[in-house]
Design a protein around this ligand. Structure first.
Ligand SMILES: Cc1ncc(COP(=O)(O)O)c(C=O)c1O
Length: 393
């Protein structure tokens, strides 16, 4: 089959909910992918940050193969061999507490929202404050939580009890709290919102506010987690911890897995039968996520994320000096936003033509999120493609 045959099949049989470019990817290795016509691309936005270790990391491939020969699925009314091991890895690398496993970022956030509601139930509090520009998923609860109107169009009535305030504005947040507020939910770095980094002082004040008012602080680390920001979780770049943290995307290096992590204080808020997911924490997905943790540790990938993050940032800052339409280089470590004064969509399309896969969000922010395994040579190649495109603007 060729690209046009596959696109035709989609057009006939797949719901057209995605904006798609006609590119059929069939193979990946590290930071490279190949399309069905065997063209090679440098993937600096692998699977929307899902393939954090790059494509087909050998440790993950081997873990999945091994598990597939034993058992695919164990229902959650029995015990599997691996779910507990994975939960232990997550807890040992974050804060004391317990983990609920789901299959996606939206579902991990659903669990966090239900947990907050249940926690507030004893004194009639249910309101959750989230941030303008945030993105928390596409289920009804998570579009209600998301602070962007575009995800809500045509889906009213939404779930009640969500309020949005400007990001990085502690006064606005304080003013929005009422006697019904139970939680504050935010991404330490807004991804879809344009790679907007939370200020250090702001997050500290949010933590303080949540302590004072006995509210839960929920960090959505679906995109920022698993080493992308130089620590295993992004919040570790700040001197505070959340009460609840959600994960997905690169947790399983490409297999569908999400997790909601609850600190000890709230770890028993959802009792048996109050929440569930048929596939949550399945052996196959757990094996991939355990291998992901092991690969990060074995190959010192946090160190590489910091080192390569600095390297690419330095190069992008040089481009900023050369091209006045580059406004700002944003983000932490390998979560990078290049904010432009010009149309980023056109730059994104040009990159695609030249074999570089990146993303453009909010029309003007190029999102560059190479795998944690990225090498200097690959960074050099990507930046020189960008340089060449910028020089013709
Ligand atoms: C911060 C954040 N939260 C939640 C989600 C939703 O994740 P999923 O698409 O796996 O449901 C995303 C997806 O982009 C995200 O970036």
């Amino acid at each position: 089959m060729k690209t046009e045959d596959i696109v035709k099949l989609y057009k006939e049989y797949v719901m057209p909910t995605y904006t798609q470019v006609p590119l059929v990817l069939v193979k990946g290795k590290g930071a490279k992918v190949w399309d069905i016509e065997e063209r090679e691309y440098l993937d600096f936005f692998p699977g929307w940050a899902v393939s954090g270790l790059g494509h087909c990391h050998p440790m993950v491939v081997s873990a999945i193969k091994k598990q597939a020969g034993k058992i695919f699925h164990v229902s959650n009314n029995y015990y599997g061999e691996l779910q507990g091991v994975l939960a232990q890895k997550i807890i040992k690398s974050s804060f004391p507490g317990k983990v609920f496993f789901a299959n996606s970022g939206a579902e991990a956030n659903e669990c966090a929202i239900k947990l907050a509601r249940r926690y507030g139930n004893k004194d009639g509090r249910y309101e959750i404050i989230t941030m303008a520009g945030s993105f928390h998923g596409r289920t009804m609860a998570t579009i209600s939580a998301t602070g962007q109107d575009k995800v809500k169009i045509g889906f009213a009535p939404l779930l009640e009890g969500f309020k949005h305030v400007p990001f990085n504005d502690i006064v606005a947040l304080k003013n929005a709290v009422t006697d019904k507020t139970i939680a504050v939910m935010l991404e330490p770095i807004q991804g879809e919102g344009g790679v907007n980094v939370a200020d250090r002082e702001y997050l500290k004040s949010v933590r303080g506010l949540c302590n004072d008012k006995d509210m839960l602080l929920i960090f959505d680390e679906v995109q920022t987690g698993m080493g992308r920001c130089g620590n295993i979780f992004c919040y570790q770049n700040y001197d505070i911890a959340p009460d609840v943290m959600t994960l997905a995307k690169s947790l399983g290096s490409g297999v569908p897995i999400g997790a909601a992590v609850a600190s000890e204080r709230v770890a028993y808020t959802l009792p048996p039968s109050s929440h569930a997911s048929t596939f949550g924490g399945s052996p196959i997905c757990s094996s991939a996520a355990i291998a992901t943790f092991e690969a990060i540790e074995k190959e010192n990938l946090l160190e590489n994320a910091v080192k390569m993050g600095e390297y690419i940032r330095k190069k992008l800052k040089n481009l900023k000096k050369k091209y006045p339409f580059i406004k700002e280089i944003k983000g932490i470590a390998l979560m990078i936003g290049v904010e432009l004064d010009i149309d980023g969509e056109e730059i994104y399309k040009e990159c695609l033509k030249r074999g570089l896969l990146i993303n453009c969000t909010q029309k003007k922010v190029l999102r560059i999120m190479p795998p944690l395994t990225v090498k200097k040579g690959e960074v050099n190649k990507a930046v020189s493609i960008l340089d060449d495109i910028f020089s013709k603007v």
